[in-house]
Design a protein around this ligand. Sequence first.
Ligand code: IMP
Ligand code: MG
Length: 182
Amino acid sequence: MPVVRGKIIEPLYTAEQIAERNRDMAQRIASGPTKDLLVIAVLKGSFIFAADLIRSLHDSGLAPEVEFITLSSYGAGTVSQGVRIVKDIDSDVKDRDVLLIDDILESGRTLLFAKELLYERGARNVTIAVLLDKKVKRKENLEADYVGFECPDYFVVGYGMDVAYAFRELPFVGIVKGDAEA
Ligand code: IMP
Ligand code: MG
């Protein structure tokens, strides 16, 4: 098993499996609402997934505009949990079809916040694509329109996702299994 930074990482989804799901998702996205499509990647965790998915969108015949929004959760583990905009998009979303891309749909708070924000700003239609869906963690009434993998309730890293700022560079999604033997 791969050892990175002295930790054993057990692969959960390989680069090949992810690439196949991305192609599949792009084809389904291309048959949905894509008039004047604006893709918004939710940073930071989605940056590698978004980079691959938008190239698959090109292969599926789409020519989207691409934007980025940085969102951050606050009050995790406390009663008042919320989401704030760290860095907003620059484009006007009025009357546009928007595709939100994120790494993981968990409680649903982040993507519900983003979806409601875009509708308040006048978006015509907002759909959601996520690489991983952790259904058992859901707290909000929200589903993604396009899902790469239904993910078991493990904390995962790689392919853009981190734990304490580490492991984003891994080309696969994996689970940290502990220390490698010295
Ligand atoms: P939620 O749906 O608002 O709970 O937010 C999910 C966000 O939490 C994701 O976009 C990730 O940034 C982060 N997250 C959740 N689970 C994991 C994980 O297993 N690994 C890394 N980040 C995670
Ligand atoms: Mg995130």
